[in-house]
Design a protein around this ligand. Structure first.
Ligand code: GLU
Length: 290
């Protein structure tokens, strides 16, 4: 049976872009008689606010998107993340690193999907593990697994290229897991068979596929959907973003707008049956772009 999930991070209110991500995950599950789960990615203790998670549930209700089973909170799973990190350490695949973002930016010679690619500065250095981040030695990991592939429903089969990111952080200095490690473990623990997320996270799936192979986890199929974009006022489109104050769903809900109608309007616009709300569009998916 197909199982999808919507996995928002409670570091700001949901906006229309999140609504679209939730609709895609929900509708794919419902169309195929599957399950749709809600997971709160609240690993980021300081920036996450639990009150926001309650708002997210109200937002989904308002949009008419019912999830199945209990809501999953990453903050309840820190032990599982730490255990997986220990396994990878025991395989000799993680190393500690104290480099700051600024230090990495100063020495990086390549740019990857997340910005400057970490050039491996600490890989062969004796670095005090206390208070360090732990990075995955991607070359050693790939040597161990051999070539890997994964399938995006829309883009087809992909050769896994986790090397595009350089040696990713799996255990953060300030949290027991990075997004990559936590999301991969959660998708396996929750029995997710179809990972749906925005095309902006397409490249992350290369890393997740590698982690699945290293940790012996089941391999789902992926569905990276197009992103809702807004006119930037200069003739270009840009991603809706919390930091630019995209209108919060919660505000629209409190103002009495009809959430079911909003969800249906987005569905109809995505099908091409009617225009998108003014100033909004759906960006084409750039398949395979890192
Ligand atoms: N927590 C991520 C976000 O809010 C979603 C990650 C995912 O779906 O894998 O963008």
């Amino acid at each position: 049976m197909i199982v999808t999930r919507f996995a928002p991070s409670p570091n700001g209110p949901l906006h229309l872009g999140h609504a679209w991500a939730a609709i895609v995950a929900h509708d794919l599950a419902r169309a195929r008689g599957g399950r749709f789960l809600l997971r709160i990615e609240d690993i980021d203790g300081e920036r996450s606010r639990s009150a926001l998670a309650a708002e997210f549930e109200a937002d989904l209700d308002w949009l008419g998107l019912a999830w199945d089973g209990p809501v999953v909170h990453q903050s309840a799973r820190l032990g599982a993340y730490a255990a997986a990190a220990e396994r990878l350490k025991a395989m000799g695949l993680l190393y500690p690193c104290h480099c700051t973002r600024a230090e990495i930016a100063a020495v990086a010679t390549a740019t990857g999907p997340d910005g400057p690619v970490y050039p491996g500065t600490c890989r062969h250095r004796a670095v005090a593990p206390d208070g360090a981040a732990w990075r995955l030695d991607v070359a050693a990991a790939m040597a161990r697994t051999g070539p890997l592939t994964w399938v995006d429903e829309l883009a087809g089969e992909q050769q896994a290229r986790p090397d595009l990111f350089g040696d990713v952080v799996l255990v953060r200095k300030d949290a027991p897991a990075s997004y990559h490690l936590a999301a991969t473990l959660d998708d396996a623990a929750d029995g997710i068979t179809l990972v749906t997320r925005g095309a902006d996270l397409f490249a992350a799936s290369h890393v997740h596929r590698l982690l699945q192979a290293l940790l012996g986890l089941p391999v789902p199929t992926w569905h990276h959907h197009g992103l809702l974009v807004e006119a930037d006022g200069h003739g270009q489109w840009r991603k809706l973003a919390k930091r630019r104050n995209a209108p919060a769903l919660a505000d629209r809900r409190r103002a009495g707008e009809d959430g079911h109608a909003l969800a249906d309007a987005l569905r109809a616009a995505a099908r091409g049956d009617r225009p998108f709300p003014a100033g909004i569009s759906l960006a084409p998916v750039l398949h395979g772009e890192p």
